[in-house]
Design a protein around this ligand. Structure first.
Ligand SMILES: Nc1ncnc2c1ncn2[C@@H]1O[C@H](COP(=O)(O)OP(=O)(O)OP(=O)(O)O)[C@@H](O)[C@H]1O
Length: 237
């Protein structure tokens, strides 16, 4: 049996009376790299938030490593090995880069400690140069690196990145993609949400496309690359 890390079935999520997710099922296996795509407002962030306990789906189930987490609090899901890099980042601006990283450190679910402070420093030499600066003094790109570094310090099995390159300078965007590739290659399963479809499909094995809160495609990223009509129809502006 393939090892399912995260599995959501038939999620229906509302904000007030707005019905946002209309029966979304989503799964990711150990070590898989998955692109989650869709135009603005199609429900990508809502799907992620529904799976991480940040918003409660009205219907449906969420399992992490086979355990029912449908009503679990976000910290329980994090402790089960799921790290989240939200849109807009999440660092402590008043703490130094070092403090931001060290306070996030913990062993993975099976006791793994592959991602140490030293390894994060090797992966993000730029953060090393700013180690004693306050988080709030960093550029947008450096803050994004720090957010990803913090997520790695928890030694996750799954890393979810929501618009990690949004609003960053081109050089920084390139660096972030490089880092995501490195992370993928270490075997951490990754879910990547990004508007750059060719970068997403080049990096991932599987793609899921959402349109108006429904999954309209779930298949090989290779297929999305080879069928521009798919992109035009579901992702074109
Ligand atoms: N807190 C909220 N309250 C009410 N409506 C919301 C809230 N957050 C999102 N929405 C609405 O839910 C729908 C889905 O939003 P969501 O952020 O999940 O989309 P998305 O696919 O992630 O898009 P984007 O790329 O713009 O972030 C949108 O119509 C949005 O306006």
């Amino acid at each position: 049996m393939a090892e399912m890390l995260l599995e959501a079935r038939d999620l229906h999520t509302y904000y007030g009376s707005s019905h946002i997710l209309h029966g979304v099922s989503f799964s990711i296996r150990k070590g898989e790299a998955l692109g989650l795509m869709g135009r603005n407002g199609m429900g990508k962030t809502t799907l992620i938030r529904s799976m991480l306990g940040l918003v409660r789906p009205r219907h449906g189930t969420v399992r992490v490593n086979g355990d029912d987490m449908t009503r679990a609090k976000p910290h329980r899901i994090a402790l089960a090995g799921v790290a989240y890099v939200p849109e807009g980042r999440g660092i402590f601006p008043n703490l130094s880069v070092r403090e931001n990283l060290v306070m996030a450190a913990r062993a993975g679910v099976d006791g793994r400690r592959e991602w140490t402070f030293e390894r994060v420093m090797e992966t993000f030499p730029r953060l090393g140069e700013r180690i004693d600066n306050g988080g709030g003094q960093l550029s947008g790109g450096e803050q994004q690196m720090l957010t990803i570094g913090r997520a790695l310090m928890t030694n996750p099995d799954l890393l979810i990145l929501d618009e990690a390159t949004e609003g960053l300078a081109p050089l920084m965007v390139k660096e972030i993609w490089k880092v995501i590739r490195t992370i993928r290659d270490t075997g951490i399963a990754t879910v990547v949400v990004d508007k750059n479809h060719s970068a997403v499909t080049a990096l991932t094995n599987r793609s899921v496309i959402l349109v108006k809160g429904e999954v309209v495609f779930d298949g090989p990223s290779e297929q999305v690359r080879q069928e521009p009509a798919l992109i035009r129809k579901h992702l074109g502006v």
